[in-house]
Design a protein around this ligand. Structure first.
Ligand code: UFG
Length: 343
């Protein structure tokens, strides 16, 4: 049987690269579309090392309609798109709203336009728990009311969900799955691919890793006086390898999807505090993390974690990887990039 082709936009990035590996291992043919503005084409070599198969690659800026058209025209028989390509730094989006709206929305519009033109039926979209804002209930279910976004980045996720909803409503042959990710962490167990932040990391896990590697002196823990069990912010940290499996499950589900669009939370269902994450890293790796309590970070919600029952019920997916393993894979990846930096 001929392999089904999936276009992975942003496939050289953190989540995209892990998804490309998982897709290849599940028997799909993968085509990556990326302009590598926040990633590197070397990731293609790493994917090839892991799977033994080099994904097809189109170096394309998806905000450019003509370039997007040309890239899609080379792959008219693709049966689905997993759309990751987007800018994702919350603080940067507040400082550069036009860039964020333009980039994240224009690229989505160009992708959808070509899907309609070529009759590519399926889209899986990477949305975010940010759409729940400070959730009105915990755990957050897919029915938990959406909140106005607190950053242009968050607003692009809300708007993108709506754009996809309207598009599939207008084109009944199209199907969409919106995956609302909680906090993805960790790396491929080989340590060959992982998260590679530009400059000072915004997110907790890469910051911890860089302190552990000696790249940064200490971690600032933003706030210890929240109304949470230990006073620290609580998040639902999901292993990247579990997270990417949800995309495979989503594609399989789309072959018999009854609705035109479904939304799923992708999280573990359990919250961990910043301090619990620091301790989990230390226990898994034996490396101590120097930290200091710092003021709260603007925009942080005290606690959010998922109810992921719907994904279990409909996709047959649930998170499985224990946090110790996640910490070990993250550390292996960090040590690999630290070796490269020194070498
Ligand atoms: N934190 C620190 N020190 C740091 C970095 C983070 O204490 O140096 C804390 C934060 O205050 C927060 C927790 O670690 O309590 C997690 O922070 P992250 O930045 O790793 O993750 P967020 O939950 O803030 O961000 C995630 C996604 C974003 C999304 C956002 C909104 O990474 O894409 O949720 O819900 F927009």
């Amino acid at each position: 049987m001929q392999k089904q082709t999936i276009i992975v936009t942003g496939g050289c990035g953190y989540i995209g690269s892990h998804t490309a590996v998982a897709l290849q291992q599940a028997g799909y043919n993968v085509v990556i579309f990326d302009c590598c503005v926040n990633s590197t084409p070397e990731t293609l070599d790493r994917i090839t090392e892991i799977t033994g198969v080099r994904p097809d690659f189109e170096h394309v800026d998806l905000t450019d309609a003509l370039a997007t058209h040309n890239a899609f025209e080379k792959h008219p028989h693709a049966c689905g798109v997993i759309h990751f390509a987007a800018l994702k730094a919350v603080g940067e989006s507040v400082a550069q709203p036009v860039r964020y709206y333009r980039n994240n929305l224009t690229s989505l519009l160009n992708v959808l336009n070509m899907m309609v033109e070529l009759n590519i039926p399926n889209i899986v979209f990477s949305s975010s728990a940010t759409v729940y804002g400070n959730p009105t209930e915990l755990p957050a279910t897919e029915q938990t009311p959406l909140q106005p976004a607190t950053s242009p980045y968050g607003q692009t996720k809300l708007m993108a969900e709506q754009i996809i909803r309207d598009t599939v409503a207008a084109h009944p042959n199209m199907h969409a799955v919106l995956l609302r990710y909680f906090n993805p962490i960790g790396a491929h167990p080989s340590g060959k691919i992982g998260e590679l932040p530009n400059g000072v990391p915004n997110n907790l896990m890469p910051y911890i890793l860089q302190v552990a590697a000696g790249w940064r002196e200490k971690l600032n823990v933003f706030g210890n006086d929240y109304q949470t069990p230990d006073g620290f912010c609580v998040r639902d940290y999901i292993d990247i390898n579990d997270l990417v499996d949800a995309h495979i499950a989503a594609l399989q589900y789309m072959s018999h999807q009854e609705n035109n669009i479904d939304v799923f939370n992708i999280g573990t269902g359990h919250g961990l505090s910043v301090m619990e994450i620091i301790r989990a890293f230390e226990n898994a790796t034996g490396v101590k993390i120097k930290y200091e309590i710092a003021p709260r970070r603007a925009g942080d919600v005290p606690a959010i974690y998922a109810c992921a029952n719907l994904a279990q019920e409909k996709l047959g997916w649930c998170a499985k990887i224990p946090v110790t393993e996640t910490m070990k894979s993250a550390w292996l990846w960090q040590q690999n990039i630290s070796d490269k930096k020194q070498g």
